[in-house]
Design a protein around this ligand. Structure first.
Ligand code: NAD
Ligand code: MG
Length: 296
C-alpha cells in the first residue's frame, strides 16, 4: 500500500553535488546556487505565535530567514538584525513578512559592538511594542586547518560574534521579557562532534550550549524558557564564505546518514515550537536537526 503523503527525507530536498562557489563574508542568499529553501513558497502557519513580538538576529538569510518567515506566518511581528552589506537579502525578508500581514522592523548593525546590542534590543522592543521571543541565530564560521595559522583576529571575531552578543542582548532584554517569553540560541553539531578545521567556531558553539543550559536555570524562576538549536550541515551563505574548506562545497552534507545537506526550512519548525506555548515544559534543551549525527 502506498501513501502519497509520505515523503522520503533522503530525497525531499536537493541531494546532488553543489556547484563549487565562494563569496566574501558575510555572503548573500540571493547569490547562492542553488537558492536555499527558507520556506518562501511552502511554510504554512497555524497561528502558533499569534500576537508575539520576536527579535531575530541573522534574519536576512539562511536559518534566520526561514525562522523570520515562519514566525510571521505563525502570527508574530518580527524585528530582524543583519549586517549592512546584507540589506538586499533583508529587504526580501521584509517583503515576505509584510505579505504575511505582520509588522517588520529592519535593524542593520554589527553585533560585535556592545552598544549596538543594547540599541538593537531597545529599538526592537520600542517599535514592536514589547518583546516575547529572542531567536539568536547570527554567527560567524571560518575554516582554518592549521592552528599555527589561525589568526588572533579570527579567534577574537568568532567569539565576539557568536558568544558575547548573547550575554549583551539577554541582559538588555530582561526588562522586556515576561513569564512565557522564550530565548532560543543557536549552537551546532560542532559543539558535540567538532571538525578539526573549526577549532574557534566549534569552541564558541560549545560555549553557547553551556551558556544556554546555565541561563535556563537562572531564568526558570521568572517563567522564561531558554533552549538551543543544534543544526548539522545546512545550505546557507555561511558555508560558501569560508565556513567550509572550498573543496568540501560540492559534496556538502552527503556524508551524513540522510546523505544530503539540510535546508533552512527544515529548522524553522523547531524555532517555532521552542518559541510557542506548546514548549511550556521545555527549557535548557538542545534540539538537533543534523541529518542523523547525534547531539547527546
Ligand atoms: P547565514 O550566513 O545565512 O547567517 C548568519 C548570519 O549571521 C548572517 O546572515 C549575518 O546577518 C549574521 N552575522 C554574522 N556576523 C555578524 C555580525 N558581526 N553582526 C551582526 N550579524 C552578523 O548562515 P546560517 O547557516 O543560517 O547561520 C545561522 C546560524 O546557524 C549561525 O549561528 C551558525 O553558526 C548556525 N549553524 C549553521 C550551520 C550550517 O551548516 N549552515 C550548522 C550549524 C550551526
Ligand atoms: Mg546573511
Amino acid at each position: 500500500m502506498s501513501d502519497e503523503s509520505l515523503i522520503n527525507p533522503l530525497t525531499k530536498y536537493f541531494n546532488q553535488d553543489y556547484p563549487n562557489q565562494s563569496q566574501p563574508e558575510p555572503g548573500l542568499e540571493s547569490k547562492l546556487d542553488p537558492k536555499p529553501d527558507a520556506g518562501e513558497d511552502s511554510y504554512q502557519g497555524s497561528g502558533q505565535l499569534k500576537g508575539r513580538k520576536a527579535l531575530i538576529t541573522g534574519g536576512d538569510s539562511g536559518i534566520g530567514r526561514a525562522t523570520a518567515i515562519a514566525y510571521a506566518r505563525e502570527g508574530a511581528d518580527v524585528a530582524i538584525n543583519y549586517l549592512p552589506e546584507e540589506e538586499s537579502d533583508a529587504q526580501e525578508v521584509k517583503t515576505l513578512i509584510e505579505k504575511a500581514g505582520q509588522k517588520v522592523v529592519l535593524i542593520a548593525g554589527d553585533l560585535k559592538s556592545e552598544a549596538f546590542n543594547q540599541k538593537l534590543v531597545d529599538q526592537a522592543a520600542d517599535e514592536l511594542g514589547g518583546l516575547d521571543i529572542l531567536a539568536l541565530i547570527a554567527g560567524k564560521q571560518q575554516a582554518a586547518g592549521d592552528i599555527t595559522k589561525l589568526s588572533t583576529k579570527q579567534i577574537k571575531e568568532t567569539f565576539e560574534t557568536n558568544v558575547y552578543p548573547i550575554f549583551w542582548m539577554v541582559k538588555a532584554a530582561m526588562k522586556y521579557l515576561k513569564p512565557g517569553a522564550s530565548i532560543i540560541t543557536t549552537t551546532s553539531i560542532q559543539a558535540y562532534n567538532p571538525s578539526p578545521y573549526l577549532l574557534d567556531y566549534a569552541t564558541t558553539k560549545g560555549a553557547i550550549r553551556t551558556l544556554t543550559q546555565a541561563l535556563s536555570r537562572q531564568l526558570a524562576d521568572k517563567g522564561i524558557r531558554v533552549n538551543t538549536v543544534a543544526p548539522g550541515p545546512i545550505w546557507t551563505p555561511l558555508q560558501v564564505v569560508g565556513g567550509q574548506p572550498q573543496a568540501s562545497i560540492p559534496k556538502f552534507g552527503q556524508s551524513k546518514p540522510l546523505k544530503r545537506a539540510g535546508q533552512p526550512i527544515e529548522l524553522a519548525p523547531v524555532y517555532v515550537f521552542l518559541a510557542s506555548d506548546k514548549a511550556s515544559y521545555v527549557t535548557g534543551q538542545s534540539y538537533g536537526v543534523t541529518g542523523g549525527d547525534f547531539t547527546n
